[in-house]
Design a binder for this molecule. Sequence first.
Ligand code: FES
Length: 138
Amino acid sequence: MLYSEKVMDHFKNPRNVGEIEDADGVGEVGNPVCGDIMKMYLKIENDVIVDCKFKTFGCGSAIATSSMATELIKGKTVQEALELSNKAVVEALDGLPARKIHCSVLAEEAIKAALVDYYNKNGLELPPEIKDFKPHED
Ligand code: FES
């Protein structure tokens, strides 16, 4: 079996799909090679990610990784979200085939892009984790 049960589950029943109208941070990233696009919305109160939604125009692994990524940061602090790596998302999904790892990178980048937006909107200095963040240009 190429994909784990968890990947199939999050692909078929993705969690936290949608938009947040009054989001505190919004990030959109794309992979220029495969053309997939991911948009992430964060609602942040007192430094905690109280809600998180995503929209992904992309492959099954991109959907599964964005779904899992939202689950991993919901209820967590901004600092914990900053530290979320694509590797942690892949591990939480019980693995991904090597040629699908870039899909999980998109999930990590979408969260980072949304956090950059949050810091910028609030006039805060970007922390080291996202200081030099640059999403793929497409
Ligand atoms: Fe590009 Fe999955 S194939 S994000």
